[in-house]
Ligand binder design. Structure first.
Ligand SMILES: [Zn+2]
Length: 334
């Protein structure tokens, strides 16, 4: 086992994961630097435990510029009462805390993308050390993992909760039951562009129930998307049996991403004009967007076309686009 070859994590928790009650503390990661010789990165964490029962690990800020998760989790951490819990809830509102503080997708310290850093390294960069702590300490404690994402500054999504198609069909089915319970306006059978290094994959390979979201984007959160996140997390805890009470059911539209044809990437640089808005239907070969070269006038725009029939579930943000940028994502309603 790889664990035997690894040194202990340099991260220490100021909370006791086995203690009953509510604790607000930190994951303290030593980080020596110019402005603090023996300094640390202090990642906020709350643990709410009451007796025996399942453990939910709730995370936001895996990417630092996605805000629905941190809003829902900072809110939940101040409101949860240990007496209402049966089991344990571990809340980390901003997993990649340096990125969250900088309002950037990746860490300003090492440019680490948390969701490409798993399983991490205890003797690696700051981002790799955080990933390693989740891999070897927090994920093993969890039964159900909810990791909030949104589009960040460069994408905007229809609000959906999602899980992945998995080799273990029982694990997959349980994950989709949690997606249904979350109750976002859309529910997605999600296809990833590249699963290597993802927190999702790390959790799923340990046999954990893993659900995620894409709840909006553009580098902020709206009243609507924040309320979807807040209701969703409580629903997940109720479905897990950690909180009492009925799941607050909401109608959802199920979507599937059947193949790589879902993705349309830009091949040109320029000013992007979308001809379709999020949630609208597109036919195969229809023009989703035009990309105008911005160097001069009088030049025809390049067209980005749909490679399948579907709904527009994600689009590039903001107004200018570069070659290789994800321009649009389509999904089929099932
Ligand atoms: Zn993300």
């Amino acid at each position: 086992m790889r664990e035997h070859h690894l040194r202990p994590s340099p991260i220490s928790a100021t909370v006791d994961f086995e203690a009953d009650g509510i604790q607000h503390g930190f994951l303290r990661l030593p980080y020596s630097r110019d402005d603090s010789a023996w300094g640390s990165v202090m990642i906020p964490i709350s643990v709410v435990k009451n007796g025996k029962g399942p453990t939910a690990l709730l995370t936001g800020g895996n990417h630092g510029d996605e805000y629905e998760g941190p809003i829902a989790l900072f809110d939940l951490a101040r409101k949860l009462d240990a007496a209402d819990v049966e089991g344990r809830v571990i809340i980390v509102p901003a997993m990649n805390y340096p990125a969250f503080q900088a309002q950037t997708r990746t860490s300003p310290i090492d440019k680490g993308n948390m969701n490409r850093s798993f399983p991490g390294k205890p003797d690696g960069t700051v981002t790799q050390k955080i990933a390693d702590y989740f891999q070897r300490v927090l994920l093993p404690l969890a039964d159900i993992v909810l990791d909030f994402h949104s589009g960040g500054k460069t994408l905007d999504f229809l609000p959906f909760c999602a899980a992945h198609v998995l080799p273990d069909k029982a694990q997959e089915e349980r994950a989709f039951e949690f997606v249904r319970a979350f109750g976002a306006p859309y529910s997605m059978k999600m296809l990833e562009i590249d699963t290597v290094g993802m927190y999702d994959t790390a959790a799923e390979e340990m046999g954990k129930i893993f659900v995620t979201t894409e709840l909006g984007g553009g580098g902020s959160a709206t009243a609507r998307t924040a309320s979807i996140a807040k209701r969703g997390v409580v629903n997940v805890l109720k479905h897990a049996g950690i909180l009492k009470g009925e799941v607050e059911t909401a109608s959802t539209r199920w979507l599937d991403m059947p193949s790589d044809d879902c993705f349309a990437f830009a091949e040109d640089e320029g000013l992007v004009e979308f001809l379709v808005d999020l949630g609208e239907a597109v036919a195969r070969d229809a023009v989703i967007a035009r990309v105008y070269p911005i160097g001069r006038t009088g030049v025809e725009p390049v067209e980005v076309r749909a490679r399948m029939n579907g709904l527009l579930v994600a689009r590039h943000n903001p107004g200018l686009i570069k070659p290789g940028d994800c321009c649009a994502v389509l999904a089929v309603e099932v």
